[in-house]
Write a protein that binds this ligand. Structure first.
Ligand code: ATP
Length: 307
């Protein structure tokens, strides 16, 4: 079986003359937590609606669980759980009663899934408490429980942290990590704040004015965003040995093109240079590199209004 959960090709959604989603080519692999980042109005919700079948593309195709024909795509969409916009919660009911209504609507057999799902989202002890008395974080977790009721393999969450306080955000992140780790769920999660999904997502897609302008792994993002010294010398292997022995650090990467990224020692540029040249190495390049997450995002999208 293919490792791809979702692949879109030239996916486009046009409203009158406006491309809300513009030729997006996005790839999500099994086990990924894919962070979909863009400012307000960038096209995130429209894209997620296309993926979940709540909207129809003007152009382009998508392949979900290896299926792309209309009928089989509908079947594949049943293997997803999603929260797009606010989940429909009945405020005068308990968490258990809410899940029972949704279980029946979705035709999920057996009632044991309700307690199991409540446990999964850590809402088992809410008893007779009505949803109207829940915190926003609890409501969000109940929404997540609804999306998880049918035991999906692929979870889609549209800005689930919106309105949550910092503790609620941390709890939700931990829950998503747990679902990914313990249940092997693949997750597509959107946010307008890159930092909010930092270290949660394994892959990041940045959307701006409908276009996917960058797709990168957490490691690549780290490389761009953590401050480091970028060093190019005539002999990378010798330089690595010198750095390890004389600067007493292993906190560096030797990149395939021979460039060394040295993390730390940012204030010691002279010292680093002295050690390298002192060992007969010729320095071709030495600079401080790396953005903060915010400035990286701002540079990509042109300004930092929402970053
Ligand atoms: P937000 O976080 O503000 O929801 P978003 O990244 O999810 O932003 P979308 O809601 O997908 O962005 O909107 C993308 C663009 O498409 C916006 O310019 C929006 O005004 C436009 N748009 C979305 N839905 C419609 C619609 N039904 N009719 C016309 N334009 C629409």
């Amino acid at each position: 079986m293919s490792d791809f959960i979702l692949r879109t090709k030239q996916l486009t959604k046009t409203y009158k003359n406006h491309h809300a989603v513009d030729q997006v080519e996005l790839t999500i692999r099994k086990g990924d937590i894919y962070g979909f980042i863009g400012q307000n109005g960038a096209g995130k919700s429209t894209m997620l609606r296309l993926v979940t079948g709540l909207g129809f593309p003007t152009d382009g195709t998508m392949e979900l669980f290896g299926k792309d024909a209309d009928k089989s795509l509908n079947e594949a969409q049943k293997r997803m759980g999603a929260i797009i916009e606010s989940p429909a919660l009945f405020m005068n009911m308990t968490a258990h009663e809410n899940l029972e209504v949704h279980r029946r609507q979705k035709g999920v057999p057996g009632v044991s899934c309700i307690e199991e799902t409540l446990k999964l989202v850590e809402l088992t002890d809410t008893g007779r408490k009505k949803v109207k008395n829940f915190s926003l974080g609890m409501k969000q977790r109940l929404g997540l429980a609804i999306a998880l009721l049918s035991d999906p393999e692929f979870l889609i969450l549209d800005e689930p942290t919106n309105g949550l306080d910092p503790i609620g955000i941390v709890e939700l992140r931990e829950l998503i990590k747990k679902l990914n780790r313990d249940k092997g769920l693949t997750v597509l999660i959107s946010s307008h704040i890159l930092g909010e999904l930092y270290q949660l997502a394994t892959t990041y897609g940045i959307i701006h004015e409908g276009r996917l302008i960058e797709e990168l792994t957490l490691r690549e993002l780290d490389e761009k965003c953590s401050q480091h010294l970028k060093i190019k010398v005539d002999d990378a292997d010798s330089a690595a040995a010198v750095i390890e022995a004389q600067l007493s650090t292993t906190n560096f990467d030797v990149m395939p093109d021979g460039i060394i990224n040295l993390y730390g020692h940012l204030e010691d540029v002279r010292e680093v240079s002295k050690v390298l040249t002192g060992n007969g190495l010729i320095i071709e390049h030495l600079s401080r590199n790396g953005d903060s997450l915010e400035s990286y995002f701002s540079k990509l999208v042109g300004d930092g209004r929402n970053a």
